[in-house]
Design a protein around this ligand. Structure first.
Ligand code: GDD
Ligand code: MG
Length: 354
């Protein structure tokens, strides 16, 4: 079975971290989101993944050298300066996908525990042209919302205005589609599958839904990204519980990738996720934070509720509190205290407290 992964968006809400990586490569507990997706697809019986991306995203994905988990991986690239939306890339990949059998389509920015075999089974049974994985959220207005009766979606509304959502059941961003769907998508322009195709299929009674119960996380904004890491860390923490080392203190749950070095008397955790080769000095405290690979945190720094980008340097005695986001390669000089929610651009040097 083939899977098309949509991953050509611009992730503007995740700036500054998305200035230097696409959303699908954001690490979730030290593993790129796309790597989690490949693993689940391979477990779900998929043998080929087609990545619908723009040229820049293709470049970043190639650089990452992910494990393909036995999948054949191909790229389908949006035309230069012409993002195709969510439906256009599907039409563009028509030849690669072929018309032989139903296939999976995924939003590449979602972390979800989805049993694809079950979803495919639901699709085969219903005879619909598209079967959407659905999950329940408190506020559905920033998602696609389904009016589900039995297993049939009677109406599909993308991002309804407040108070106008037909239910709390939202499109989880994973679909099984039959090749007949290609005929519903115009060629050569950007198409929103959610606004132009799903409502039409619903009108014709050819859109079905399948509710999922596992973990489902959209990493929309930096705070949601941090929260996603904490939730996933919780869900796998039993398998990575670490013994307390002699020279510094670990408060579980924590995740330390390979090559991490921590200085004496530092306290790491709870909820500290340290990427590959991160170096932490002595007497530092890191909790509720995600530190990307190769970052350096000097002696006595205190981080609580922060995200530190790849290769960033945090000076001695620096304080980064709730909501602080430091871009890749930025430098925060000694003794600087950033206020809550401070955002530092990639490669910027911060020398004064603000
Ligand atoms: N190749 C390509 N080209 N991919 C794109 C483009 C594009 O021009 N635009 C967006 N994508 C990809 C994104 O990278 C993402 O993985 C997926 O398509 C969905 O686009 P988003 O921009 O993230 O949409 P959204 O989050 O506002 O809403 C979508 O996801 C919700 C679930 O999180 C919709 O599908 C909603 O209905 C759904 O509820
Ligand atoms: Mg999204």
């Amino acid at each position: 079975m083939k899977a098309l992964i949509l991953a050509g968006g611009f992730a503007t809400r995740l700036r500054p971290l998305s200035c230097s990586r696409p959303k699908t490569l954001f690490p979730i507990v030290n593993k790129p989101l796309l790597q989690w997706i490949f693993e689940r697809l391979a477990q779900g019986g998929v043998d080929e993944a087609i990545l619908a991306v723009n040229a820049l995203t293709q470049f970043y994905i190639r650089q990452h050298k992910l494990s393909k988990c036995g999948l054949k991986v191909r790229f389908s690239i949006d035309p230069p300066k012409m993002p195709l939306g969510t439906g256009g890339p599907l039409k563009k990949a028509e030849k690669l996908i072929g018309h032989n059998e139903p296939f999976i389509m995924l939003n590449g920015d979602i972390y979800a525990d989805i049993n694809y075999r079950e979803l495919v089974e639901a699709h085969r049974k219903s005879g619909a042209l598209a079967t959407l994985a659905l999950c329940t959220v408190e506020d559905p207005c920033s998602f696609g919302v389904a009016d589900l009766q039995g297993n049939v979606i009677k109406r599909f509304v993308e991002k309804p205005p407040k108070g106008k959502a037909p239910s709390n059941l939202i499109n989880a961003g994973a679909y099984i589609l039959s090749p007949e769907v290609f005929a519903y998508i115009p060629e050569g322009r950007a198409v929103s599958i959610e606004r132009e195709v799903f409502p039409k299929l619903a009108e014709e009674g050819k859109l079905c839904g399948h509710c999922i119960n596992g973990l489902w996380i959209d990493i929309g904004k930096p705070q949601e990204y941090l929260e996603a890491n904490k939730i996933v860390l919780d869900s796998i923490s039993n398998s990575i519980k670490r013994q307390n080392p002699a020279s510094f203190s670990l408060k579980n749950p924590v995740a330390l990738d390979e090559g991490v070095i921590v200085g004496e008397k530092s306290v790491i955790g709870p909820y500290a996720i340290l990427g590959k080769n991160v170096k932490v000095g002595a007497n530092a405290q890191i909790s509720n934070s995600v530190i990307f690979a190769e970052a350096q945190i000097a002696d006595g720094a205190i981080l609580n509720g922060a995200i530190v980008g790849e290769g960033a340097k945090i000076g001695r005695g620096v304080k980064l509190l709730k909501g602080c986001v430091v871009g890749d390669l930025a430098k925060v000089k000694d003794s600087v205290h950033l206020h809550e929610g401070a955002v530092i651009c990639p490669a910027k040097e911060v020398t004064e407290t603000f």
